[in-house]
Design a binder for this molecule. Structure first.
Ligand SMILES: *Cc1c(COP(=O)(O)O)cnc(C)c1O
Length: 367
């Protein structure tokens, strides 16, 4: 049996440090907005190469709060990828703004900068690139466009903590980076968590107020805020995970390199294509094949997990039926949804397991 993602080994490997973190918080008697969150915020900002980090309740709210903090809302448009997890879109519609989807580069997975210009209107306020699967989006081209048109850029870093573009970390490349610490992400909490990283002190100030009922000083409310805070326990756990993030991302690179090596010559299989300026962190290892159903079935029979990220693009979801964007509206995203397959991946995956997965795929696609 080879699991899609081995979550149990996270605790097994880090048990002494995680147990100590748990005890420290429990004994402190302080659980929301305290020393652990402050320490994590400064450590995570340093890791990302930004001046600031604000801990929030989850990744979706990190995306949403960045837009709110810039007063983006009704009447505004935000450029989003047609090929993404639906949370990217949900953040935009949550603030009352309109999603303007843009197709990925040929083969994907990320938004194609060359197609963004044609989607801009006088109402466009922001671009929300996603570093899907841990593969960085083309931020140089996106930032150049944003500068030219006076737009904000919020990176969706939910799947790409630690990735780099020309040596600089994702989350430090746009005006803001929105991070998720959902348990299965490259740096995961043991529950929900999120954060925004940025160099902009005004954005930080606004986010700290928004996450805390619109209040900076207890019982003094400056605006109609919300409640979305990274809690002390999760922050303490995340500090343990952060210390290992680069090392664990390196282990993912080793797994990805093994897949690349063992699958390279299979003609009916397209492997991830990494641009020379990108240093991905392999949140997922995603192949494409027109014979996906056969591969899934063979893997399943062999006791090997696999998943589809994602089977239905956001524009074809019931949730966005109101947009009236039927099948055929975003053919590249639709084609990806029909052909992508995520193979088992993670920092605890033995290379022998990678070889087993590859052997099953080879046998299936040779038949
Ligand atoms: C996980 C994820 C989110 C949402 O993060 P949560 O912490 O689960 O709210 C947003 N965007 C992408 C691309 C994600 O993978």
């Amino acid at each position: 049996m080879i699991p899609f993602l081995d979550m149990k080994s996270v605790y097994t490997e880090l048990k002494p440090e995680l147990d100590a973190a748990y005890a420290r918080v429990m004994e402190s008697g302080w659980f929301v907005l305290g020393k652990e969150v402050e320490a994590f915020e400064s450590e995570y900002a340093a890791f990302c190469g930004t001046k600031h980090c604000v801990g929030l309740g989850n990744g979706l709210e990190a995306l949403e709060f960045a837009l709110r903090a810039w007063d983006i809302g009704a009447g505004d448009e935000v450029i989003v990828p047609s090929n993404t997890y639906i949370a990217t879109w949900l953040a935009v519609t949550a603030v009352g703004a309109r999603v303007v989807p843009v197709e990925p580069t040929p083969g994907g997975p990320n938004i194609d900068p060359d197609r963004i210009a044609a989607a801009l209107t006088p109402r466009t306020r922001a671009i929300m690139p996603v570093h899907l699967y841990g593969q960085p989006a083309d931020m140089d081209a996106i930032m150049a466009l944003a500068a030219k048109h006076g737009l904000k850029v919020v990176e969706d870093v939910a799947q790409a903590q630690g990735a780099r573009v020309r040596g600089r970390r994702t989350g430090s490349l746009g005006n803001a980076g929105a991070h998720s610490f959902f348990p299965s992400k490259n740096i995961g909490a043991f529950g929900d968590g999120g954060a925004v990283t940025t160099d902009d002190p005004k954005l930080v100030e606004r986010l700290r107020v928004l996450r805390n009922y619109g209040s900076r000083v207890k019982y003094v409310n400056l605006e109609k805020g919300l409640n979305s805070r990274l809690d002390e326990l999760q922050a303490a756990f995340l500090r343990v995970r952060l210390a290992k993030l680069d090392e664990w991302n390196d282990r993912r690179r080793t797994v990805a390199a093994r897949y690349d090596d063992r699958l390279a010559d299979i003609r009916s299989l397209a492997l991830p294509n990494v641009p020379q300026w990108a240093d991905p962190v392999w949140h997922l290892y995603v192949v494409r094949t027109n014979r996906r159903a056969d591969v899934i079935k063979a893997l399943e029979t062999a006791g090997i997990g696999s998943l589809i990220h994602y089977p239905i693009p956001p524009h074809l979801q019931e949730a966005y039926a109101e947009l009236g964007q039927g099948k055929g509206t975003y053919p590249l995203a639709e084609k990806l949804a029909e052909t992508v397959l995520s193979l088992p991946m993670g920092p605890h995956m033995p290379l022998e397991s990678v070889d087993e997965v590859c052997a099953v795929i080879r046998q299936t696609l040779a038949a």
